[in-house]
Design a protein around this ligand. Sequence first.
Ligand SMILES: Nc1ncnc2c1ncn2[C@@H]1O[C@H](COP(=O)(O)OP(=O)(O)OP(=O)(O)O)[C@@H](O)[C@H]1O
Length: 330
Amino acid sequence: MDTTGSPTVSVGGTQTSPSTAGLAVLVRGLERSYGDVKAVRGVDLAVVRGEVFAFLGPNGAGKTTTVEILAGYRHRDAGKVSVLGVDPARADRAWRARIGIVCQETALDEYLTVGETLSMFARYYPSPRPLGELLAMCGLSDLAKRRVGVLSGGQRRRLDVAVTLVGRPELLFLDEPTTGFDVAARRAAWDLIRQLRDAGTTIFLTTHNLEEAEALADRVAVIVGGRIVGEGKPSELATLMGRYRISFTIDRPGETPPVGHPDADGRWSLAAEDPREPLKCLVDWALAAGVELADLEVRRPTLEEIYLTLTGAATAGDQRSPARAEEHAS
Ligand SMILES: Nc1ncnc2c1ncn2[C@@H]1O[C@H](COP(=O)(O)OP(=O)(O)OP(=O)(O)O)[C@@H](O)[C@H]1O
């Protein structure tokens, strides 16, 4: 844990100055305000080419603002940004063709069919993916002749992803890609994301679904109130909370075990770098006192527990400012 007073915890080594070679995204000291609202306050990020990078944070934390700056849709107030070696503020059409972005809402012509929509987008790119391949990748083969306006929410989302993949992007920004998906569609989307990653696509994934981040991400960064509060591999982030969680119940409520803290349900728990010493202490005590340790569990913290620790009270409230003026840089 960082003891210097800075809230940022880096276990992935990207807080030092990495060379830009091999990086799809490098951000240093990024800032952006909307009037009095400081949405992004000195964000540093590095995304390695070919990885799935998950960007996590509560509502209003600054995720969309950051992604829109990286994708060249919003200007910044301060900081350095390099995306595929180019400053998005000075990006041209050739650079845009190398980037894909799937937002929470996309505007498509409701009267076109799925196939017509994808064929239309294909005309914008020098080397588009063949229609059949694209439909199969996104689970849309049976829906090619269906009109966009009658697609279900999950089907529409798959079409949004397909539209972004037409141009074979090197870097794909996915904002909440599986919102509204049923379990089967979510698994298929995860397979697609892994397939794209295996083919060399860098994926910048914004999600509230921690199971999704845990299943897919090579590294995660957690943003709260416009600042990065933790980043690293999901397994490395576990060190923030002690590498292991030990929890148990005791059959005699009046007794106090030598280690752990009780929670509201009467379950005792503690975090430990090395569980052997506290376990020995606990078992010795239980044997001497004749207390039974029920449900004794030793495990690594889940990403959800790490996330809740990092975001703290911020997860309890939506920090979104009430007046959200429509503002786009380009
Ligand atoms: N166009 C805007 N005008 C004014 N304030 C804005 C604007 N866009 C964002 N904000 C504010 O900036 C802060 C960060 O918003 P942002 O949309 O980047 O967060 P987020 O992490 O993507 O949130 P969510 O998970 O809810 O989508 C919030 O307080 C939000 O209200």
